[in-house]
Ligand binder design. Structure first.
Ligand code: NAP
Length: 296
C-alpha cells in the first residue's frame, strides 16, 4: 500500500508547532556515536526529550556526548554493543535502574562491510547478528519496559529499501508474504538458510537479493520482524515502524549520498514523534523529503 503524506501536510506539522510530549519522555538510540544515530540523538535532545546515546565503544560514545554538551545539549550515555547479548542485558539492567520505563526505541545501529558497488558476503554472520538479531534481541529485552501510556510506546527501526521484497527465491517470497503464518521461527529459519547458502557457496544461485546481499537479507528480516511486532501489538499501546533514510552521507556510504545525516534524522525524529492520534503502526517509510511512503 502507498500512503503519501503530502508536502503541505508535512510542512504544516513541524515538530515544534505540535509539541505534545513532555521532557519526561525517554528515548534510546542505538549506534549513536556518529552518522544518522548521532544526528537523531541531537535532534531529539533539541526537541526536549530525555535521550540515551549508546555506542559500542565507550571512548567514541563519550566523545559524541561531549560534542553535544559543548553546544548545550545534555544526554545520557551507556555502552551498548547490539551484536552481543551480554551487552544488551547489561544495558537493559542499567536502563531499568536509572529510568524504569521507556517511551521510544530507535534501532539504528547497523553495519555493512561492502563499499558501494561491491558485494562480498565474507562477513555475513556479523551483518546478520548486528542488523537483524541486534534490534530483535534489544526489542525483546525492552518490551516489558515500554510505557503503555496514552502517548503510545514507539519503536522506529532504521531499515533500508534494500530490505524490501527484492528476492527472487519463491520459497522466501512465500514465507514473507504469508501475513498470517509469519513467525519469528520463519524469519530465523530464513536467515539461517541464507547463512548456510553462504557457507556452501551457493548463495548467488539461490535468488537472494543481488546488491549488498548480506545487508539486504538482514534488513529484509528486520522489516518482516517489524511487521510481525506491529501486528502483535496493534491497539496495545505500542507502535512499530520502519524508516529508510535514503542514500545518506555517512561512514556507511563513505560520505557519498544525496543528503546529510541531519536531514535524514530530522525526518526520523518527526516520524517517531508523530502525535498519538496520527501515529501509524506497521509502516515502512522511505526517503527524506518531501514525500514519505508506506510500503508494508
Ligand atoms: N547511510 C545510508 O545511505 C543508509 C541508507 C539506508 C539505511 N541506512 C541505515 O541507517 C542506519 C545508520 O547508518 P549510518 O548511515 O548512520 O551508518 P554509520 O555512520 O556507519 O553508523 C552506524 C552506527 O552503528 C554503530 N554500530 C555498528 N555495529 C554496532 C554494534 N554491534 N553495536 C552497536 N553499534 C554498532 C556504529 O558504531 P561504530 O562507530 O563503533 O562503528 C555507528 O555508530 C543503519 O541502520 C543503516 O543501515 C543508512
Amino acid at each position: 500500500m502507498l500512503l503519501p503524506v503530502s508536502y503541505v501536510q508535512y510542512r504544516m506539522n513541524p515538530c515544534g508547532a505540535c509539541r505534545w510530549w513532555s521532557e519526561d519522555m525517554v528515548a534510546v538510540v542505538t549506534g549513536a556515536n556518529k552518522g544518522i544515530g548521532f544526528a537523531l540523538v541531537k535532534r531529539l535532545a533539541e526537541l526536549g526529550l530525555n535521550v540515551v546515546l549508546t555506542s559500542r565503544d565507550v571512548s567514541r560514545g563519550y566523545k559524541a556526548v561531549e560534542s553535544l554538551r559543548s553546544i548545550g545539549l545534555h544526554v545520557h550515555f551507556s555502552r551498548l554493543d547490539v551484536s552481543d547479548p551480554a551487552s544488551i542485558n547489561a544495558f537493559v539492567s542499567w536502563f531499568r535502574e536509572k529510568f524504569g520505563a521507556l517511551d521510544i526505541l530507535v534501532n539504528n545501529a547497523a553495519i555493512s562491510f561492502n563499499e558501494i558497488g561491491e558485494n562480498s558476503v565474507e562477513h555475513a554472520e556479523t551483518v546478520i547478528r548486528t542488523n537483524f538479531y541486534g534490534p530483535k534481541l534489544l526489542t525483546e529485552a525492552f518490551l516489558p519496559f515500554f510505557r503503555r501510556s496514552a502517548s503510545i510506546g514507539r519503536i522506529l527501526n532504521i531499515s533500508s529499501r534494500l530490505g524490501l521484497l527484492n528476492v527472487s527465491n519463491p520459497t522466501v517470497r512465500e514465507i514473507l508474504q504469508d501475513e498470517e503464518g509469519l513467525s519469528e521461527e520463519c524469519m530465523e529459519g530464513m536467515v539461517s538458510w541464507f547463512l548456510e547458502d553462504v557457507k556452501s557457496g551457493t548463495w548467488m544461485e539461490k535468488g537472494w537479493p543481488k546488491y549488498w546481499t548480506d545487508y539486504s537479507v538482514s534488513k529484509l528480516a528486520l522489516n518482516a520482524y517489524s511487521r510481525l511486532l506491529a501486528n502483535r501489538y496493534n491497539g496495545r499501546g505500542l507502535s512499530v515502524n520502519c524508516f529508510c533514510p535514503g542514500f545518506t552521507q555517512t561512514a556507511m556510504t563513505r560520505g557519498k549520498g544525496t543528503h546529510t545525516a541531519e536531514a535524514a534524522a530530522d525526518i526520523g525524529a518527526r516520524l517517531v514523534l508523530l502525535p498519538p492520534e496520527k501515529l501509524p503502526t506497521g509502516k515502512f517509510y522511505i526517503g527524506c523529503s518531501p514525500f514519505l511512503y508506506s510500503k508494508l
